[in-house]
Design a protein around this ligand. Sequence first.
Ligand code: G3H
Length: 255
Amino acid sequence: ELIYNMKGLKDLGNQLKEKMGIREVSLVEGDSDDDDIIVKDMGKKASLIINSLLEDDMKIGIMGGTTMACVADEMEYNRKVRNIMVVPGRGGLGEKLEIQSNTIAAKLAQKLNAEYKLLHVPDNIQPELLEALRENPQIKSVLDEIKKIDMIVFGVGTAMEMAERRGMSELKKDELKLKNASAEALGYYFDSNGIPIMHTDSVGIDLKDINSIKHVICIASGKNKAEAIYAFSKYYKDYILVTDEETAKEILKLN
Ligand code: G3H
């Protein structure tokens, strides 16, 4: 029966990969909406994928969120790779400390016996101030590292949920609604056609930089995220998606 299940899951993964047109889909059994264990399983799976792709001297970027926190928690220690650098993909995003990209980057670095750099930049500050901060030598050195990453690990959220969680102003939330915002990933908001429509007022990874990142790994699940995950795949396709069985089925139902 186990072999049958694994074959079923593989078929489902292949169907999803074909529908989304992305590099790879890796599924875990079950429904993360019902059981937190499933998120841990995804974290474990992501850990295996990350470790299988890691090479000496690589630079890794990791974003924030509860899923990323779980990936860092479930990450297996890797003492074989040398000279790894971990950087957060973004400064804070108005999230709780536990799920900020900085915290998660430090934890991941510990697991990989790696160096890390942090981005200490507050959120939601005026654009002019942000520009000035980018020129600060310490911040600039981290932003330069982010430009050189070989791997990015990130989550996807539903746009309005993320806007809410990060304390976005009513005015900006209205703008998101008006523009049919669907997904949030990497600090950017996308509409249902995968078109970037807004970015957060923070410093970090530049969306167009993902084109030159060798390994792009997205971990996201939840039936309510199906549309968001699908929307992001319309923006970018050369990545590995780790999700769960029920989310996969939900995405397959979408037009
Ligand atoms: O950008 C997406 C969000 O960080 C996802 O957050 O893993 O807590 O749902 P989450």
